[in-house]
Design a protein around this ligand. Structure first.
Ligand SMILES: [Zn+2]
Ligand SMILES: [Zn+2]
Length: 388
């Protein structure tokens, strides 16, 4: 079958690879009908994520039709149309039973590698390095889905792929980011990064009762989307000082809730941004946490900082400010299974149509070019959907 594969920094190819087969009786095989490229795939594309190997199949935002199920799969059958969440969860460990699905203790066969780096291993993820499971991803014609009774959600309501596909990651991830921000009625919520996760965090902030949303980016079409679809006030950080502007907007108090939807590869400006580039270049730190530092600086005393953005390792943040300003920090990979049913309902009820973020549709073969387009933010690219 054809699949998009990783071959090193800025080198994604369309390769012919073996079609996946049932390995465990709880597996299912899904024939992919639509699959998206995620902002977090760009960390792989840019060679930032350790433990990638040449030929790894990419992708963690797929949906399609179940074509085969293992003998112990109970909730799915051939012909079911499913969206597959990016986290892999066993459903029966302590973490899964307490609905902390992205912390599943059983789904990462390479847990030891992650334990060495982080002390414990989170769940395995599709198409996201060997340290996080070494699972083949979903930018391919077929995908093996482990623990098939726990992850995929059945979508039989006849909604087109583009309306439900983003349940695989970015919609629930934006929603959990807003939920983690502990938004109370009339709060001011600041969102750094107006990519897909930022856009869904904005939508979700309103759903959870925000009084005001401020979106921060430098890419004009993303700021425009935050204004038009997200009903947000916006700050273009290349033209304005974010701290000064946020303080002016909030009478010096700062936003109550701050969401970092950027993560490890923040663009950064000024000396601070340059210092991150030098230190990551010299491998003195793993991340460029410019946005995280700015959010800590801007957040009101006693406020909440929610971090859906991906970070990789050692980083440089002013923890003294977190402590002295009594900030609450919440983060983590998304506990996908908590959100799939309720968010599918919001789509079916017409409360939200997630396809508003989609700017590019193409064949799987065009994947390598679109990785480049998306990475460079060319052609007003915000979200790519590929069809195998
Ligand atoms: Zn993703
Ligand atoms: Zn588990």
């Amino acid at each position: 079958m054809r699949a998009l594969t990783w071959h090193g920094e800025k080198d994604v190819r369309v390769d012919e690879v073996p079609k996946p087969e049932i390995v465990n009786p709880t597996d299912a095989i899904v024939e992919i009908t639509a699959t998206a490229i995620c902002g977090s795939d760009l960390h792989l594309y840019n060679g930032k994520m350790p433990s990638m190997r040449e030929g790894d199949v990419l992708g963690h935002e797929p949906m399609g039709e179940v074509v085969e199920v293992g003998s112990e799969v109970e909730t799915l059958e051939r012909g079911d149309r499913v969206v597959v969440p990016f986290t892999i969860s066993c459903g029966s460990c302590w973490f899964c039973e307490t609905e902390q699905y992205s912390l599943c203790d059983n789904s990462n066969p390479n847990a030891e590698m992650a334990r060495k780096m982080m002390g414990h291993s989170p769940a395995g993820l599709f198409g996201y390095s060997h340290m996080l499971g070494g699972y083949a991803g979903g930018q391919a014609e077929y995908l093996r889905v482990p623990y098939a009774d726990v992850g995929p959600i059945n979508v039989d309501s006849g909604l087109p792929d583009e309306q439900v596909l983003f349940l695989s990651d970015v919609f629930p991830t934006g929603y959990m980011a807003a939920e983690n921000a502990d938004i109370e009625e009339e709060d001011t919520v600041a969102v750094w990064g107006c990519g897909p996760v930022g856009q869904f965090a904005i939508q979700s902030a309103w759903m959870l009762g925000a009084g005001r949303v401020v979106a921060i980016d430098r890419v004009q079409e993303r700021l425009e989307m935050a204004r038009s679809h997200g009903d947000s006030e916006t700050i273009d950080y290349e033209n304005e000082d974010v701290y000064d502007r946020l303080m002016a907007m909030t009478g010096g108090r700062g936003p109550d809730r701050c969401i970092d939807a950027v993560g490890t590869e923040a663009h950064g400006t000024g000396l601070d941004g340059m210092s991150d580039r030098v230190k990551t270049g010299l491998k003195l730190q793993d991340d460029r946490p410019y946005v995280l530092r700015e959010a800590i600086k801007c957040c009101r005393k006693g406020g909440t900082l929610s971090v859906p953005g991906v970070y990789l390792g050692r980083t440089n943040i002013p923890f003294g400010s977190v402590m002295n300003k009594a900030l609450t920090v919440k983060t983590g990979q998304t506990h996908m299974q908590r959100y799939l049913d309720p968010l599918l309902e919001t789509i079916e009820d017409g409360e939200i149509d997630p396809s508003f973020i989609l700017t590019h549709r193409a064949d799987l073969e065009d994947g390598p070019d679109l990785y480049e387009t998306f990475n460079e933010k060319d052609d007003e690219c915000i979200k790519v959907m590929l069809t195998p």
